[in-house]
Design a protein around this ligand. Structure first.
Ligand code: LLP
Length: 429
């Protein structure tokens, strides 16, 4: 990775990771503010400033804390939230609500009410029924709610099947059946309290090709044209979701942001011109791309077990509870032994987590120098969907999150304690 500096200990974003592990304990999530901000700046220079009609929101499900809200706010991006909890975090952080977009395939009445009372900028509606609930709440509160309708464009992404969403057979979005779409559009357009701005789609996550975006754009702009003809509907926005792929291992063929965004913009412009419809504003909502490579996780090596002629397992003090991605999606990661960064990785070990679960393997066949108890392992690209997906399985407390800033490192989430694990329990005997 480009942020590696060659010293004895592995340094991340200018910090000695072995010192961080010593000072804050392990496992430890470490995030670089500078890398997060540099991604936001790239988004600005290569997309927002380049195109007049471009907008971007950070998909907060990738990683959300109040401190992260502050970073995203100061970088001028919007925020995509997908639950009452994410919305609550944004509210508590004082995030500007007009820049918040609420998603979700099953928003509760309470979540919709919370969003509308707080005047969120957009609600991305997943089905017609939701429009009735929004109308009822908005009428009661005498508000007008800006919505996009999420459609399932029938285009899948080339990624793990658990993180592809745009295909026909998906729990997300209104299916591309004429009657169903028309019912939703007619309902939204008729409502005095709903302002229908356009459509949203999200193909999937960690995509390395742009073809599925282009295919979905073709479908959505064709739909705009038909809705214009049938209902006089003028689409002001199109939201093309997130999903840009990042670097996990050397097998990932990472593309620059503009590879996706330039082709998205061109496809929209070309298709709108071809069909004679107005070019809408374009919203993208990357999560992983902003925060994924900005994070690493530090672990301590514990037991090292060699099975002669088979393999060596080196176990770390975390695993599946702080990073469920290898178990869920067969996700692959790369890592270094941080305190032996200058030593030649001349052997191979499998990095196992500490859970009572054979599937709790973080990395198969990692090249390392001689490895033993007490060594510090730094696993790369854990900024997205690690902390946000962490659990307490096996009653393992969640790690702290440390933000590396220009003014030193700051704990932005404290390490959980055993007391925290019991804090909501009541014993009725
Ligand atoms: N917009 C919508 C509507 C989404 O559903 C998602 C991700 C995003 C944006 C952001 O996608 P990104 O840019 O981060 O790829 N837990 C899985 C990823 C699930 C993503 C769900 N939706 C993982 O760890 O790979």
């Amino acid at each position: 990775m480009d942020n590696i500096e060659h010293t004895k200990n592995y340094r991340f974003a200018g910090y000695d990771t072995v010192e961080l592990a010593k000072k804050y304990g392990t496992p430890l999530y470490v995030l670089s503010e500078e890398i997060i901000r540099s991604r936001c700046k790239e988004l600005k220079s290569d997309f927002l400033d380049k195109y007049e009609n471009a907008k971007a929101a950070y998909a907060s499900k990738a990683f959300l804390t109040m401190a992260m809200c502050k970073i995203i706010e100061s970088e001028g991006l919007g925020l995509d939230v997908v639950s009452g909890g994410e919305l609550y975090t944004a509210i508590k952080a004082g995030f500007p609500m007009d820049k918040v977009m609420l998603h979700g395939n099953n928003k509760s009445y309470e979540e919709l009410e919370m969003a509308i009372s707080n005047d969120v900028g957009r609600i991305v509606v997943d089905n017609t029924e939701e429009l009735y609930i929004i109308e009822e709440i908005a009428e009661r509160q005498d508000k007008s709610v800006k919505v996009l309708i999420r459609i399932a464009p029938g285009v899948g992404g080339n990624t793990h099947k658990y993180i592809t969403t745009g295909q026909k057979d998906s729990k997300f979005g209104v299916p591309l059946a004429k009657d169903t779409i028309d019912e939703a559009v007619a309902k939204a357009m008729k409502s005095k309290h709903i302002e229908l701005l356009g459509m949203h789609f999200h193909i999937g996550s960690n995509l390395f090709e742009n073809d599925s975006y282009i295919a979905a754009i073709d479908i959505v702009i064709n739909l705009y044209k038909r809705l214009k003809d049938d209902f006089g509907f003028i689409a002001k926005e199109i939201n093309t979701g997130g999903g840009f792929g990042i670097y996990y291992t050397k097998d990932d063929c990472v593309k620059p942001l503009s590879y996706y965004t330039d082709s998205i913009m061109k496809a929209i412009e070309d298709k709108c011109k071809e069909l004679g419809v107005d070019i809408p504003a374009v919203i993208i909502e990357p999560g992983r791309w902003i925060v994924g490579e900005a994070g690493i996780t530090l672990y301590s090596i514990g037991s090292v077990k060699e099975i002669p002629g088979i393999r060596t397992y080196a176990s770390v003090d975390g695993g599946l509870p702080d990073n469920p991605r290898p178990a869920l999606y067969s996700a692959r990661y790369d890592a270094v032994v941080a305190n032996k960064y200058d030593q030649k990785p001349d052997r191979q070990v499998t990095i196992a987590g500490k859970c009572c679960e054979s599937g709790d393997i973080l990395i198969w066949d990692l090249k390392v120098p001689e490895i033993k108890r007490g060594d510090i392992l730094a696993v790369f690209s854990t900024g997205a969907y690690n902390y946000s997906m962490a659990s307490n399985y096996n009653r393992i407390p969640r790690p702290a999150v440390l933000l590396l800033t220009k003014d030193g490192e700051k704990v932005i989430v404290e390490r959980e304690t055993y007391e925290d694990l019991l804090s909501r329990e009541r014993v009725p005997f």
